[in-house]
Design a protein around this ligand. Structure first.
Ligand SMILES: Cc1cc2nc3c(=O)[nH]c(=O)nc-3n(C[C@H](O)[C@H](O)[C@H](O)COP(=O)(O)OP(=O)(O)OC[C@H]3O[C@@H](n4cnc5c(N)ncnc54)[C@H](O)[C@@H]3O)c2cc1C
Length: 461
């Protein structure tokens, strides 16, 4: 490793390489809270440096793990087999915001928020908006196809990215996609790289599709007596011709946590809450609110409220954003899944979750991006309760089987990483999985890019 360190320092500059185990230690974590120490950490500043580093790692067979800001939740940046963590956080330039063509070109270490700020100055936004926007990078957003509340109307990174520049695992420079909003020349490698979790190539530049900022927006809440009442309303709302720009769901246990973080006033007996927003031309907003009110009205509706300005709704959003960290305080060993089902099957998922919670005696909280059918299902596992710890994995497996039975998918936006690699075979049949492994070998023949992730570990992997 010391020879490799010297060569790496030659590419990046010695001041941009960490080798002291104490300095490297923090780069072994991400938000999955798993940890494995890297041998070295390097900070790249340019595309050329990334290319040279990947080539070096490929020659020397050193594992390379691309890292944005380490906010990912499934262990994608944890260097399971040591090697080099290559931090892209210093490649943080917004290269261009081209208003005439609604395009932004950025380096991968640009935070989602810096991109939004630059786009806003020209009257645009980039729709993917993970709650972690202030910290997470566009590179991480692309590698995990991370979305957020606005995906219900505007889509995920896959729908909002035109092209990429990247270095494959064997050091080849590639450009994918187009600069235009149409294009069908060759295979769609842009969509292949998005969501590939750093296993195929290191992204060094992204050409992103911007959307004009809406003239107006209006927030609403709909409180229901029972979770099932809210679940049925979601399908009614999503069948409207007006698509909400946000449609979030919180169950009864989540509401209790929300109450702990904000002085929110909800009707007595609220068992479930929908948080919605519509956006668009100012003179269309009231009609959109009325359409949503009409669809939200049904059995169990206790209150429908449209905000007249900031205030309670802002507080609610702040509390919704605080839900995940709040649950971590409550249950440090929580297991957080981000399953997706078709919106019409959300009531079946909710029923199934109640059954699983009872069967495995584990409290389950669910909240999330209901308009996409994407629920963050959280198992609040008590670390002091051996029965719960034993049951947790069986409960997760039963959850996944339920989701697949409902025509859903195991992950909506958090990816597979280490956390779900052993379950991927539940969803993807062997032939397709083998094709994916072969694609990986085409991009990364020596398997240096983030080894041990996404695919189940086999004796030869
Ligand atoms: C409080 C909180 C709230 C969150 N809310 C959401 C949410 O609403 N929606 C959501 O989807 N996620 C959410 N997340 C998860 C996380 O923020 C996202 O997955 C985010 O996109 C990760 O970005 P990052 O820069 O931290 O990437 P990292 O965690 O550093 O990396 C993530 C993956 O991307 C790969 N990668 C990073 N950069 C590159 C690159 N340049 N080229 C190739 N591969 C690369 C890594 O190898 C890894 O596999 C949340 C996390 C936290 C802590």
């Amino acid at each position: 490793m010391s020879r490799f360190r010297q060569l790496l320092a030659r590419v990046l500059g010695p001041e941009n390489v960490l080798d002291d185990p104490g300095d490297c230690w923090p780069y072994g974590y991400d938000n999955s809270r798993r940890h494995a120490p890297p041998d070295l950490v390097g900070f790249a500043a340019t595309h050329e440096q990334v290319k040279d580093v990947v080539r070096l790692c490929n020659e020397q067979l050193v594992p390379l793990i691309a890292r944005g800001r380490g906010t990912g939740t499934t262990g994608g940046t944890v260097p399971l087999r040591g090697g080099l963590v290559l931090s892209l956080e210093r490649m943080d330039r917004v290269i261009d915001v081209d208003a005439d063509n609604r395009v932004a070109v950025v380096e991968p270490g640009t935070t989602n928020q810096s991109l939004q700020d630059a786009a806003t100055r020209k009257g645009f936004f980039w729709p993917p908006d993970p709650t972690s926007a202030t910290y997470c990078t566009v590179g991480g957003n692309l590698a995990y196809n991370s979305a957020g509340p606005r995906a219900v109307k505007y889509g995920t990174p896959r729908e909002n990215t035109l092209g990429l520049r990247a270095i494959t695992g064997d050091g080849r420079e590639i450009r994918t996609g187009v600069y235009t909003t149409k294009g069908v020349v060759g295979y769609d490698l842009t969509r292949l790289l998005i969501g590939s979790e750093g296993t195929l190539a290191v992204i060094t530049e992204a050409t992103l599709k911007l959307t004009p900022l809406p003239q107006a927006r209006r927030a609403m809440t709909a409180a229901y007596a029972h979770v099932q009442d809210a679940a049925r309303a979601i399908a009614r709302i999503m069948a409207l011709s007006v698509t909400p720009s946000i449609l979030e769901f919180v169950d009864a246990a989540g509401i209790e946590l929300v109450r702990g973080h904000a002085a929110v006033q909800l009707p007595e007996g609220t068992g479930s809450l929908l948080m919605l927003e519509v956006d668009g031309p100012a003179d269309c907003i009231q009609a959109a609110v009325e359409a949503i009110r009409w669809a939200a009205t049904g059995p169990g509706l206790l209150e429908f409220a449209a905000a007249n300005g900031p205030g309670q709704v802002d507080q609610l959003w702040a509390a919704r954003k605080a839900l995940s960290p709040a649950m971590r305080e409550l249950a440090p060993n929580k297991i957080n899944e981000d399953v997706v089902v078709p919106v019409s099957r959300i009531p079946d998922l909710i029923d199934g979750l109640a059954g699983l919670s009872e069967r495995y005696r584990i409290p389950i909280v669910s909240f999330g991006h209901a308009g996409n059918g994407n629920l963050h299902v959280t198992l609040l596992v008590d670390p002091e309760d051996p029965q719960q710890i034993r049951g947790a994995q069986a409960c997760v497996q039963a959850l996944f089987r339920l989701v697949l039975h409902l025509h859903g998918t195991l992950s909506g936006e958090h990816g597979i990483g280490i956390e779900k690699r052993d379950y991927i075979g539940l969803e993807i049949e062997p032939v397709t999985l083998e094709l994916m492994r072969r694609i990986k070998r085409q991009f990364d023949p020596n398997g240096i890019l983030t080894p041990g992730k996404v695919f189940p570990v086999t004796p030869d992997s």
